[in-house]
Design a protein around this ligand. Sequence first.
Ligand SMILES: *Cc1c(COP(=O)(O)O)cnc(C)c1O
Length: 394
Amino acid sequence: MQIADRITSMPKYLFAEIDRLKWEAKAQGVDLINLGVGDPDLPTPDFIVDAMVNIIKHKPATHQYPEYDGDPAFRASAAAYLKRRFAIDIHADRELVGLIGSKEGIAHFALAVANPGDVVLVPDPAYPVYFMSAVLAGAEPYRLPLLEKNSYLPDFSAIPADILRRARLMYLNYPNNPTSAVADIAFFREAVAFAKQHNIVICHDNAYAEITFDGFVAPSILQVEGAKECCIELYSLSKPLNMTGWRVAFAYGQEQLISALRKVKTATDSGQFTAIQFAAMEGLASPEKTIERMRGIYTARRDRVVAMLNNLGLKCELPKASLYVWLGIPPGFASSQDFAMELLASQGVIVSPGVGFGQYGEGYFRISLTTPDPRLDEGLERIRKFITSAKNQS
Ligand SMILES: *Cc1c(COP(=O)(O)O)cnc(C)c1O
């Protein structure tokens, strides 16, 4: 029996060790606090849930096969939302496709644009799906280091010429997971100019566009003049509307790229459940209240996390966006993995070791803001104890 090279060549799952420890601790009845996952803890707002109940009960046509690329009404609603939110004009039929979550769109997009042997530029540290997408397409992922000294933006001038010649696709993600860095429109302008010069397509993952603080407004790469010649962007309802389990998102931008993605999807899936798309339309029609409320909750959590870490002498600034606080591991630990494993073993608190997001994440760790307040505070107290006792030992 043979297993395909594309599967056996997948990088090792770097959270595997943590997962093993987690299950062991659970089996022993340890009261675990998980500050590792980025999955909103609050429920989907009632007005969306109520719409879903109503639709599924009274619109039996939604129980049949959906449109492969999103219901026309959903696509129109998504395009109208993009116009309101980013002031961009997207043609709902030609330039937009519905997705079963943006993870699906990311994973399929490399199949739509990269040939075997092409290079795909992937940020590092990053959401692991960009890298996997390149591997599944038989392309060669090339890591763009996101370094603290560059505010976690890629340095395009550092990419070797032979890589650039073969590069066909670049993934970007701002506001960023895991570093919580943000990009302004000037950076996107630079990225689009670079992409055009080297005949590269950009897929910008805007999953955290609404998870922003202190008045920061995240841009769309499609606000850059000419971006529609070489870019697509992904927008997901998962994070802004607490809908991670519903799997609903959309991709929009350059027409042929959207068309190619639609072909991959038509060949592999049958579209999102129409009732979910209709309920999501309610969310897209009036997301503001939910987003405002969630921003308030995440801002308060962020402030508490950062204040506690700073009190311990760990340097970290208030992130302007995302669901994460990202910072260097305390002195005295050999690696991010060691730090995370010792914290888990001694205090039952799970954080994400930076190396799990790629080699350039080594030396850092990520705390997620998606844990209910009392548990977050308990987790912070345990981290304080752990770091204080580690300090006293050294
Ligand atoms: C959470 C997240 C997403 C959202 O994925 P969905 O599949 O839409 O739920 C996309 N990109 C990044 C970087 C994320 O962290």
